[in-house]
Design a protein around this ligand. Structure first.
Ligand code: ATP
Length: 482
């Protein structure tokens, strides 16, 4: 089944506090977005699930968190200063600026046609460097020029030796990092799919030349399965093997994991776009950041103080490790999980109701604890105590009494909360009083329901009665390790 289109997700995100347009009250700032109370939890959970899979569940990856501002020389020798650019055309008539390779896809802002149809007004393509410039220190001069990093990978390469030496690592092993990256995209858009500030989740996996093709295959498999494990449907995820002419000059191979981000497009081929790229970058990165001449890459590094060559501790063989790079976007992944989780079904009133079927590990809130009535202090106290106990034991729980129970269930469905726990009169063993009746006149609660609560499942809407004493285990079993 195709997922909801991005437009539906944008409106859900705004309505329910996942993602808002940034600087909104001043008219926004082209394609920047703020993650709200639920969005920050969801994105943190996506990043946590990634970190768990690649760092904690394996024995061959170290984590790190590098600085966004780096010495400009990093970008000189990585090649970004000279080549990290998109071809760009300007329209002399509407003054619009477009990616030259996208003119057949982009709409002309003035006429009802594609930009390519304005060819007579378009300038020749020219390179536009995507790195944001800034300056370090108060003086605005060339020497103080720095860039906001356009990818997280480079701080991993320049720390390769630090990590090998401090962590006794031997090849093969990898380094993982999550962090912000910045690109002055010519045409940002499609919500958080393409923004100028975004977050990457990158692994650089170092291996011996000759073993690189196997490691590349391993990582394609691992990363594909990770998305499926956390709820992406198989029919919405595919692999795209880049053709030789699409590869960066140093890359031997690259497979993109593509998600069906645009299910509304008629042409099936245009429905897909990149979620993650998994590249075999050969020995380019560690070579070019090493001091000395590297004829293979036509680079003479006169500034680096170190050689990043690796010496095999057993054979004493020296070589530059090959790098396999699975590079994912945290924002694109978050968007894909949201799109794939979106569903609608008729509510009890027959009206369509949104149910966000997020994997429990990703759901912003795991359990909502609700009192059946907010004007009954025993119900409120009991519900708050249950919430506090769940939270104390690491299950993200909220208390809510801001509406009638049916409405509260609907709200939790819409934000993807896997379970609602309801504290009612039976929980207190007092039965429900009719309006105006004295408490002692209330019908007795059915035996066996004292100190039990109702647990409602988001996806089936089934309700079961669970003793409070066993609630934590009941929920933890169903939520998994989250
Ligand atoms: P694209 O072809 O879509 O511009 P890319 O091939 O330049 O992407 P990479 O450099 O491989 O992207 O970056 C790795 C990942 O970072 C991408 O797969 C994507 O998930 C994410 N990413 C890259 N650019 C952006 C952006 N402008 N906004 C949001 N996420 C991005």
């Amino acid at each position: 089944m195709a997922a909801a289109d991005i437009g539906i997700i944008v409106s859900l995100c705004k309505r329910r506090g996942f993602i808002f347009p940034a600087s909104e009250i001043y008219g926004g700032l082209g394609s920047t977005w703020d993650y709200g109370p639920l969005g920050v939890e969801l994105k943190n959970n996506v990043k946590r699930a990634w970190w768990k899979a690649v760092v904690y569940d394996r024995d061959d990856i170290e984590g790190m968190d590098g600085a966004i501002l780096m010495n400009r020389l990093v970008w000189k020798y990585s090649g970004h200063e000279a080549t990290f650019s998109d071809p760009l055309v300007d329209c002399r008539e509407c003054k619009g600026r477009f990616r030259a390779d996208k003119t057949y896809e982009l709409d002309c802002p003035r006429y009802k046609r594609k930009v390519a149809a304005c060819s007579a007004n378009l300038t020749e393509p020219r390179a536009f460097n995507l790195m944001f410039k800034t300056q370090v220190g108060p003086v605005e001069e060339d020497a103080a020029l720095a860039y906001l990093r356009p990818e997280t990978a480079q701080s991993i390469f320049v720390n390769f030796k630090n990590i090998v030496d401090s962590r006794w690592r031997k090849i093969p092993f990898g380094i993982a990092q999550i962090g912000k990256a910045f690109r002055n995209e010519i045409v940002p858009g499609n919500f958080t799919f393409r923004t100028r500030e975004f977050e990457q989740m990158e692994i650089e996996f170092f291996c011996k030349p000759g073993t690189d093709a196997d490691w590349h295959a391993h990582w394609i498999e691992e990363r594909h399965n990770w998305y499926l494990r956390y709820g992406i449907r198989a029919e919405n995820l595919r692999r795209y093997v880049q053709q030789p002419e699409e590869l960066a000059h140093y890359a031997r191979a690259c497979t993109d994991l593509q998600y069906r981000f645009f299910p509304e497009r008629e042409d099936e081929e245009k429905q897909w776009d990149e979620l993650e790229g998994i590249a075999n970058r050969t020995d380019y990165d560690l070579s070019v950041h090493s001091k000395g001449k590297h004829d293979k890459w036509q680079v003479h590094n006169e500034h680096s103080t170190q050689s990043l060559v690796y010496r095999d501790p057993v054979t004493n063989e020296k070589y530059f490790p090959y790098v396999i790079e699975p590079s994912a976007g945290a924002d694109r992944a978050t968007l894909a999980f949201l799109m794939d989780a979106y569903s609608e079904k008729p509510g009890p009133d027959g009206e369509p109701r949104v149910v966000l079927k997020l994997h429990p590990a990703l759901a912003p809130i795991k359990v909502a604890v609700l009192p059946l009535a907010r004007n009954k202090s025993e119900l409120v106290e009991k519900a708050k105590a249950i919430k506090a106990d769940l939270q104390r034991h690491g299950i993200r729980a909220v208390y809510d009494d801001t509406a009638a129970i049916g409405k509260l269930y609907a709200r939790q469905d819409e934000i993807g909360t896997p379970f609602c726990v309801t504290v009612d009169y039976d929980t207190l063993g007092i039965g429900k009083t009719k309006d105006g009746a004295k408490e002692e006149d209330a019908p007795a609660s059915p035996t066996g329901l004292l100190d039990t609560v109702t647990v409602r499942d988001r996806d089936t809407w089934e309700q079961v009665r669970v003793p409070i004493a066993g609630l934590r285990d009941f929920l933890a079993d169903r939520l998994g390790t989250v």
